[in-house]
Design a binder for this molecule. Structure first.
Ligand SMILES: [Fe+2]
Length: 299
């Protein structure tokens, strides 16, 4: 079953059964930039614009990745960035015609794709850890990098994944009730913020959106920034990947149109810290679901 990018984004954003990945990037301005990694020998230019990288029925564990491409101010989403991804199949082999694809970030910087968990392959005598290769480009800037997964036992012996530079590109994966894996991989590109959304109504044609949730992961407290086309009663709710409401950090606050922000603590309805993992932040405007974005609650 082929899923269009827009449909996949919708499914990932709205359903409780999906998740995103976020590189642990936000520290302070300019320090947030995602670090590069080697290109490797298996890149092929001209990958198809598809959001489903694995062929139908491919062996392996289904994996859903979402993320946001941000500019070098560490908080402005980059729309229409090109995210070129390639990875090994379940057996650790690269294929010319599969496990490759280009997805474009949407108007709010968000991208998504689905595939299977990449296999490991030998590099000399050592297995390389499971990884995605990324080439991310926007505004004539291109970043070549790789994304790894927490807990991979091959990371310590891999010269690239074990580099201090890669630490922020090792992302956690969470499993849903169906056994699918989910990750959130945000990318911070060294490009200037392209558009000031408050001065450019074309960026958000009348639609409320969550602009960012930072840092990602949130350990204790983070910032949620929202764009509202007009004044509205606004709520933020946090759901688990299983679709359970776990927190309601903002309840029906009246806010003016434009960019609005809240500092939120990652606590459940009982005031206890959320278990580490992937959660879905839902924005409600005048009582109706308006947008959703995944984030990671860290340790
Ligand atoms: Fe590779």
């Amino acid at each position: 079953m082929k899923i269009e990018r827009r449909e996949l984004l919708r499914l990932l954003s709205v359903s409780g059964a999906a998740s995103l990945l976020g590189l642990k990037a936000f520290r302070s301005q300019a320090q947030c930039l995602t670090t590069p990694d080697i290109l490797g020998p298996f890149y092929l230019p001209g990958a198809p614009e598809i959001a489903q990288l694995a062929p139908d029925g491919a062996p392996g564990t289904p994996l859903f990745i979402t993320g946001t491409v941000y500019a070098n101010d560490c908080e402005s989403p980059v729309p229409n960035a090109k995210v070129d991804v390639w990875h090994a199949n379940d057996g650790g082999g690269y294929e010319d015609d599969h496990y490759r694809g280009i997805v474009l970030s949407d108007g709010n910087g968000q991208y998504a794709f689905q595939t299977i968990l990449p296999g490991k392959y030998l590099n000399g005598a050592q297995f390389r850890p499971r990884h995605f290769h990324y080439k991310v480009s926007a505004a004539e800037t291109e970043l070549t990098t790789q994304v790894y997964f927490e807990g991979d036992t091959s990371i310590p012996t891999d010269p690239w994944a074990s580099s201090p530079e890669a630490a922020e590109r090792i992302i956690p994966l969470s499993e849903d009730a169906q056994g699918n894996l989910h990750g959130v991989a945000d990318v911070y590109l060294d490009v200037e913020p392209l558009i000031n959304s408050q001065e450019d109504p074309e960026r958000y044609p009348g639609k409320p959106v969550i602009r960012h949730i930072i840092p990602n992961p949130i350990v204790e407290e983070g910032k949620v920034q929202v764009y509202l086309p007009e004044a509205a009663s606004t709520s933020l709710q946090i759901f688990s990947l299983q679709g359970k409401l776990v927190a309601s950090p903002v309840r029906g606050q009246i806010r003016a149109g434009g960019i609005q922000e809240w500092n939120i603590r990652v606590e459940n309805l009982h005031g206890l810290k959320l278990q580490p993992g992937i959660y879905i932040m839902r924005l409600l405007v005048n009582g109706l679901p308006a947008d959703a974005k995944r984030f990671i609650a860290g340790r």
